[in-house]
Design a protein around this ligand. Sequence first.
Ligand code: TMP
Length: 206
Amino acid sequence: MKGMFITFEGIEGVGKSTQIAKLYEYLSVDHPVIQVRDPGGTKIGTEIRKVLLDPSIKEPFSRFAELFLYAASRAQLMEQVVIPALKEGKIVLCDRFIDSTVAYQAYGAGIPLDDVRQINRLAIREYVPHRTYLLDLPLSVSQKRIGMRSSGKDRMEQKSLAFHGRVRNGYLAIAEENKERIMLIDATKSKKTIFEEIVRDIHSYL
Ligand code: TMP
């Protein structure tokens, strides 16, 4: 792999999208860079994303159907977009990735960790991100931020407070286990401070 694969993670409302957009703009001045999101990023992935997040689907999702759909969207994204871009030497910025599946489907929904890791491996093969920025917020702040959004809550955002609490704790456990890959960032800091921390960090990889 010649390029650089960077992912952003965190619970709802931590400000991932803002930081990715700023980093994309910053890096694109003198680097080939693309920005994608997971689930999504391809036509097939975008259709899968709609099914996963549609709040009008009231039928309860099987936890495994959910896991496989996230993995399906990711496998498509890898083959169609991410792997070719990395082979061309590009920097790929991805909004969510494998750590989301471990946090949401294992810690949140209770699927055994080993099952989730195995499915993740099938979807990404050897393409583990080089660096991951995990934005962390207390649950109360995250819930307040999603509550203030003008658009309605999607199907995942509608899950219980207890679910989102498990997801946050899951992320903290994942960060602890992957200290060399994951940089844990306190997302209560200002957008400007967070961005400066990310930029300082990324320069040691470029
Ligand atoms: P977002 O892209 O707007 O953050 O929404 C994606 C939602 O899907 C978010 O609630 C996290 C959830 N998700 C999972 O549950 N598992 C996954 O593997 C991924 C990538 C996202």
